[in-house]
Design a binder for this molecule. Sequence first.
Ligand SMILES: Nc1ncnc2c1ncn2[C@@H]1O[C@H](COP(=O)(O)OP(=O)(O)O)[C@@H](O)[C@H]1O
Ligand SMILES: [Mg+2]
Length: 155
Amino acid sequence: MSYNVICNNIQDTEMLAEKFAQIIKDTGCFVCLYGDVGAGKTAFVKYICKYLEVKEKVTSPSFVILNEYKTGMLPVYHFDLYRLENEGINTIINELNEYSEGNIATFIEWAEFSRNAIPFDRIEIHIKYIEDNKREFIINSYGNKSNQILKRLQK
Ligand SMILES: Nc1ncnc2c1ncn2[C@@H]1O[C@H](COP(=O)(O)OP(=O)(O)O)[C@@H](O)[C@H]1O
Ligand SMILES: [Mg+2]
């Protein structure tokens, strides 16, 4: 399934994140995020965490690969694979598989470093910089669970 949304400003992005959070708070999700630096990957995850009532400060996991937030409605795992590159991904792919199951929310920035290695039920979000504060969110789902989430997001 595929769904495109134009966010004309950061408030639109926050509204999309709020809706997303409302849907996945009961089910969990596994989301791969793509987009250039500054596209809004981290911003989107931050807003989702806000609406999952995560109390910790949400920051970019660029230097640590994984941030975990345990204070929200469900556990949130926020990966950034930028520093892993291609060999590194092999060392965590089995672990990633575990993060794709169950009632947890997993977000992966720079998932392109594992493109061939993430075959699980997943949502892929490509964020495209259009201009200033305008972004296009191109959202695709693969697998049953993710299709259900996207169906509800489109409503
Ligand atoms: N509509 C929008 N959606 C998301 N981010 C936006 C939007 N408009 C402006 N921004 C800004 O763009 C920047 C995106 O940065 P960030 O989320 O760190 O990007 P990335 O993680 O993709 O490198 C933030 O400063 C954010 O406030
Ligand atoms: Mg980021």
